[in-house]
Design a protein around this ligand. Structure first.
Ligand code: MF3
Ligand code: CO
Length: 266
């Protein structure tokens, strides 16, 4: 069942989305070679709770951490842990909050030091594909229009692998609401979008083949070929002519630019 949000509810959801953006901006400031992913997760949990919110991934279907930190060939749902980041690592950080009963959920991929031109391009193209999808998130279009825009740009134009097993989703009082938002599909297919539909659009794009597997921990998703995967996610509200992006990468990028340990792809 698709639940459309009132303007008032969308403003509450913007607050949730922006708290995630602010959390990711804190992450952008602390990333450096030698840091453990668990210490990043701990900061994330503390920061969210300091802002009168709750990390909504924690205990979600038993998920045991505040955030997902997915390094290199980990696609999504990477467990924070004793792994230390090093130069050349590609790090997707996915954060969710429950603020006043409304969920925010978005992600950003950082490069620790120079990842090389091929990975830098994958990061750039994946981020751009998210915006190509968002361009289609307007009332009257169908979900498949978003899916197709992402797939065309990443798979057809750049030859990357689009992960099939994981998809974007509706967002609201629950972390995962209808409809599903695949990153592949046919133009003109799927549910029709109306104003007030809030979506988490999240391309997961592989340098190599699309195939992935889940580790024995039941969560960690990796590429089968061991090549790098990149993940970006925004929370957006469908509107008449142009989607309203509730999350804000400019908050993250303002900090990313000042951290000399990070490589910029824009
Ligand atoms: N952005 C991811 C998603 O929408 C994060 C979920 S992780 C979980 O599925 F732990 F909460 F499942
Ligand atoms: Co999500």
């Amino acid at each position: 069942m698709i639940i459309l949000k009132t303007d008032e509810q969308v403003e509450l959801m913007r607050k949730s989305a922006l708290l995630v953006s602010k959390t990711l901006a804190e992450v952008a400031g602390m990333l450096k070679p030698g840091i453990t992913t668990l210490s990043i997760d701990q900061m994330i949990g503390t920061f969210i709770r300091d802002h009168e919110a709750v990390p909504n991934f924690l205990n979600y279907h038993g998920y045991p951490f505040n955030s997902c930190i997915s390094v290199n060939d980990v696609v999504v749902h990477g467990f924070p842990g004793k792994l230390t980041l090093k130069e050349g690592d590609t790090v997707s950080v996915d954060v969710g909050v429950n603020l006043n009963g409304w969920q925010g959920d978005h992600a950003y991929t950082f490069a620790i030091g120079d990842p090389g031109p091929e990975v830098a391009k994958l990061i750039r193209v994946t981020r751009e594909s998210l915006y190509k999808g968002i361009e289609k998130a307007v009332a009257g279009n169908r979900i498949g229009d978003i899916s197709n825009a992402i797939q065309e740009y990443t798979e057809k134009q750049h030859g990357y692998g689009v992960v099939r097993e994981l998809v974007g989703h509706g967002l609201g009082r629950s972390l995962h609401e209808d409809p599903q938002v695949p990153n592949y599909g046919k133009r003109g297919s799927g549910p029709k979008m109306a104003e007030g539909l809030v979506l988490a659009i999240e391309p997961m794009i592989n340098m190599g083949k699309k195939d992935v597997f889940t580790e024995d921990d039941g969560w960690t998703v990796r590429t089968r070929d061991g090549k790098v995967s990149v993940h970006f996610e925004h929370d957006v509200c469908v509107r008449k002519n142009k989607a309203d992006i509730l999350s804000d990468y400019s908050l993250i990028q303002a900090v990313e630019k000042t951290n000399a340990n990070l490589f910029l792809t824009y």
